[in-house]
Design a protein around this ligand. Structure first.
Ligand code: UFG
Length: 328
């Protein structure tokens, strides 16, 4: 029995591969290495370099390795980029996911875990979002992920196949043991950008908007440690293997931090000031979005262990220093 991880050379995928190996699972990665790195994949996992929509390649891999579960991370993840290139996002995130789901059905793989996103929800009043909240994505990125959720729903109704779609909030941090982290070039995510500024990889950073209807005027997000997120996938996998039915679950901590609070945490952990400049709002940013994750806790016993902003920043900074040494 083997777990097939798509996008295993990427940020969240590489953490998942380490987590699965730590648990004694056999792992095969399918990744075309467009944004991920071969070195991010531990030697104990097999790497198949190729596209998730290459059905011959994927189905033969599923059969050869006796795959019983797919954990699907491969995809494009930048919200503003999806606004500029919607068809590219629908191809990468929706059309290719369709091919992957079909491959899983054809190869008789019974379990599928999908990397979905809080971006499937529309703006709300800032109260923790439950899974039943209306899905009104505000970007092609969110729509592309929601369409995949719908394909999974319908495929699971028609075939002997069950899925879990995990809707991630703001994923950040790095492996507590320092084996992998967020390595993507040209990253846009707040904690990564702040850590790059703290380690002098970039001279300054910007705060996109200080006039939001929040206590300090900057946007509020629910920052979740990537290792806790990988743990949620592992628990969801165990639940499916035990006969669990298809499920959609939020993954966040239910606690919101503003952009200023995050930057203060980075200053605190690094022990010096950062050059931070105030800039205008970034299009498409909701003022506040925080998860209600009671379902993940109830259905598969998820108990976050690293839900502390300073811990997240410490791990992210440590990885940024390691990347700097690797690239120098
Ligand atoms: N921000 C800055 N400066 C930066 C980077 C970000 O002020 O240099 C701000 C943003 O404007 C936003 C907040 O920090 O208010 C968080 O921004 P991120 O880019 O880190 O993350 P997003 O909230 O935009 O996006 C994340 C995920 C998406 C997911 C979305 C759902 O990256 O995949 O949450 O809410 F869809």
């Amino acid at each position: 029995m083997t777990v097939l991880v798509t996008g295993g050379a990427g940020y969240i995928g590489s953490h998942m591969v380490w987590k699965l190996l730590d648990e004694g699972e056999d792992v095969v990665v399918v990744d075309r290495l467009s944004t991920g790195f071969e070195w991010a994949i531990p030697a104990e996992a097999e790497l198949v370099v190729g596209d998730i929509a290459d059905q011959d390649l994927v189905e033969s891999t599923m059969k050869r390795r006796d795959v019983d579960a797919v954990i699907h991370f491969a995809g494009s993840i930048i919200v503003p980029e999806s606004v500029a290139d919607p068809l590219g996002y629908y191809l990468n995130n929706t059309v290719k996911s369709r091919a992957l789901i079909e491959s899983a059905v054809r190869a008789g793989v019974p379990h599928f875990i999908f990397s979905s996103t809080a971006a499937v929800y529309g703006s709300n009043d800032g109260a923790p979002v439950v899974e039943e909240a209306p899905t009104l994505p505000e970007s092609p990125y969110g729509t592309s992920k929601l369409m995949t959720e719908l394909m999974l729903r319908d495929a699971a109704a028609a075939h002997p196949f069950a899925y879990t779609a995990l809707r991630y909030f703001n994923v950040c941090g790095a492996d507590p043991k320092g084996r992998t982290g967020q390595s993507t070039r040209g990253a846009t995510h707040l904690i990564k950008v702040a850590c790059e500024t703290a380690t002098a990889k970039r001279p300054f950073m910007e705060i996109f908007g200080t006039d939001y209807p929040t206590p300090d005027g900057t946007c509020i997000r629910d920052y979740i440690h990537v290792w806790d997120l990988a743990e949620a996938h592992l628990l969801a996998l165990r639940r499916l293997r035990a006969g669990g039915t298809s499920l959609i679950a939020n993954c966040g901590y239910g606690t919101g931090y503003s952009v200023l609070q995050v930057i203060d945490a980075v200053r605190r952990v690094v022990g010096h000031d950062l050059d931070v400049r105030i800039s205008g709002r970034r299009p498409g940013d909701p003022a506040s979005i925080v998860a209600n994750s009671e379902r993940a806790q109830r259905e598969f016993g998820w108990r976050p262990k690293l839900d502390d902003l300073d811990t997240i920043v410490t791990h992210a900074l440590r990885w940024e220093e390691a990347l700097k040494r690797r690239n120098s």
